[in-house]
Design a protein around this ligand. Sequence first.
Ligand SMILES: [Fe+2]
Ligand SMILES: [Fe+2]
Length: 252
Amino acid sequence: MKILFVGDVYNELGQKAFDKYFLNVKNEYKPNFIIVNGENIEKGNGLSEKTYKDYLTRGVNVFTLGNHAFSRPDYKEVLELPNVVRPANYGKNTPGKEYVVINYNGKKIAVINLIGRIFMHDATDNPFTKMDELLESIEADYIVVDFHAEATSEKYALAHYLDGRVSAIIGTHTHVPTADNIVLPKGTLYISDVGMTGAKYGIIGGDVSQGIRKFLSGVPERVKPQKESLLQFNACFLDLEMKKIERINIFE
Ligand SMILES: [Fe+2]
Ligand SMILES: [Fe+2]
């Protein structure tokens, strides 16, 4: 099973970078299955049904999300869409699905999204014990986890905790790609962060002057996306049989 995982597509420049590079990457790597983190795809906040449908016609199979899963007014309808997962450890009463299982040529691929708790603001459940719970009930040939988290320590701890129990753990959320694509001792593929798709020169996708102003003044502001920039496209290519995880980092 060959999987392409594209990191957080951020705002209009993210969609522009996706439009520019996705097809070439898809044609070059020929994945069987494609996962996109879409938590920032609409103006930095959440996913819409329109983009969901558009990307599915272009070959995307599943959207994962993150802390922006609930940022749009229509989030409940979006979370109902069949191939969208929100972080499983938000809790039992949270709208949306804890995981999806998709059939591909007779094989079942489970996709799980989890959110970290270190340096994150939402009051979520423990991602480690949530995974124990989910793994008791999920029946699938392959399990891919998007761990949407800030701290590399938490990401590594979860990775080793799940080593040999899931096919791959792909980190998202920091928007900065790491170079630690590795195969863990018991065979799970891992990277701390796949990186983002969007502005090359933003502040992790946000407007540069605003980002600097916030640090100078200390006054919190809601992040505005960077409007113009060269682009970046970041993804990972996973071969689950060959136990291979390759980084795809395009920086214009
Ligand atoms: Fe993000
Ligand atoms: Fe995030």
